[in-house]
Write a protein that binds this ligand. Structure first.
Ligand SMILES: Nc1ncnc2c1ncn2[C@@H]1O[C@H](COP(=O)(O)OP(=O)(O)O)[C@@H](O)[C@H]1O
Ligand SMILES: Cc1cn([C@H]2C[C@H](O)[C@@H](COP(=O)(O)OP(=O)(O)O)O2)c(=O)[nH]c1=O
Length: 225
């Protein structure tokens, strides 16, 4: 029997709270399944039993900025070792609701934690788990939902009980959005910026176009989210 091993693909979704990622993540996972791929759908912080415990701490317990960054990266390390690397090794598509760019955007730009120290933690946490010993694992593609903080605040008003981050003022999210823009500028080949300030259908069209343009999905992929 011949056996074609698909190449693993790692995609992250990013954006400030309320940017509108959720329904499109599910739609993209379905589009990949329709194309015959096995999908691991996951999220950060979280994705493993340990990392979900760390998520609860991060979202609900007060802590100093270094502790916050360390908790985010501890959760990420466990997620990489337990879930992401094994799925990529099986040739699956891993779709994660947030990854390391969120730590730079929220703990770095939002909280003001030192960017260079985050880069050191990034290297420590994301190296030594892939089969290539010196590879720092990063997403192959990061789909960034760019939305003005004021628009996101309007969408979220009354929509759900806010966690420790969602309860922050609009200025915090404007800073977080700047953090995403900085990460995008530093790795333009990895990032796809989506204009999230339009209808769900128009947002989905942009997402689908990016996936098709990069050759990750066949043309005419998937229904609208
Ligand atoms: N394109 C859109 N236009 C208007 N409202 C939207 C759009 N996309 C999502 N929403 C609404 O905005 C809120 C936040 O969306 P959600 O997908 O939960 O954001 P995220 O997962 O990025 O935090 C939800 O109430 C959702 O129904
Ligand atoms: C991954 C990550 C998330 N966060 C924040 C961003 C979000 O406000 C929150 C996770 O929320 P999110 O995944 O958007 O979940 P929900 O849609 O259920 O609110 O954690 C960090 O502060 N640092 C990180 O490294």
């Amino acid at each position: 029997m011949t056996h074609t091993q698909a190449t693993g693909l790692f995609i992250s979704f990013e954006g400030i709270d309320g940017a509108g990622k959720s329904s499109h993540i599910a739609a993209l996972a379905q589009a990949f399944r329709d194309a015959g791929r096995t999908v691991t759908l996951t999220r950060e912080p979280g994705g493993t039993p340990l990392a979900e415990k760390l998520r609860a701490l991060l979202l609900h317990e007060a802590m100093d900025p270094l502790t916050e960054a360390l908790v985010a990266f501890a959760a990420r390390r466990d997620h990489l070792v337990q879930v992401i690397e094994p799925a990529l090794a099986r040739g699956e598509v891993v779709v994660s609701d947030r990854f390391t760019d969120a730590t730079f955007a929220y703990q770095g730009a939002g909280r003001g934690f030192d960017w260079e120290k985050l880069q050191i933690l990034e290297r420590m946490a994301q190296t030594g788990c892939a089969p290539q010993a010196d590879l720092m694992r990063e997403p192959d593609l990061t789909i960034w939902f760019d939305l003005p903080a004021a628009v996101a605040a309007g969408r979220l008003a009354g929509a759900r009980v806010p966690d420790r981050f969602e309860a922050q003022p609009q200025d915090f999210f404007a800073a977080v959005a700047d953090g995403y823009a900085r990460r995008c500028a530093a790795a333009p080949q990895r990032f796809a910026r989506i204009d999230a300030n339009c209808s769900r259908e128009a947002v989905w069209q942009q997402v689908a176009d990016v996936l098709v343009a990069r050759g990750y999905l066949p043309g005419e992929s998937g229904a609208a989210a």
